[in-house]
Design a protein around this ligand. Structure first.
Ligand SMILES: [Fe+2]
Length: 135
């Protein structure tokens, strides 16, 4: 069973952003697989860094368009991104220093955050981006 599956339900009607979301889902699946297969710490660090880096890149894409088109919810949306990145950075640091073990609670937190964020927060910019012709 796939840990996180992208379905049409997640679509924000902007193909490039949907693609980025699919990629993020894939990185979360890789992280989950790493956890499930008891991968080495080195590998797990690689996976969480990759996830964080791609999330940063993806968030900057969304923020660029929100700013460009004066999306009213820009500030709050950006704040949600920042809190998530801080949380991932914290998990990553604590895991690296041996103060945290990767658990189902951690993988589920990441999955649930992204699910709720895409369905609840990202969907709000959908109409504006489509109107502005973002592909
Ligand atoms: Fe977002």
């Amino acid at each position: 069973m796939v840990f996180m599956e992208w379905t049409e339900n997640f679509s924000v009607k902007v193909p490039s952003i949907d693609e980025q979301h699919k990629k993020l889902f894939g990185l979360i699946n890789d992280f989950y697989s790493g956890f499930n297969e008891k991968s080495t710490k080195e590998r797990m660090m690689e996976l969480i860094r990759g996830l964080k880096d791609y999330a940063l890149y993806h968030f900057s894409t969304e923020e660029k368009y929100m700013e460009m088109y004066n999306f009213p919810g820009y500030k709050n949306h950006k704040k949600e991104h920042e809190i998530f990145i801080e949380k991932i950075a914290d998990i990553s640091e604590r895991y690296e220093s041996g103060r945290l073990v990767v658990s189902l609670e951690i993988t589920n937190f990441i999955k649930n955050w992204l699910t709720n964020h895409v369905l609840g927060t990202d969907k709000k910019y959908s109409q504006l981006f489509v109107e502005k012709g973002v592909k």
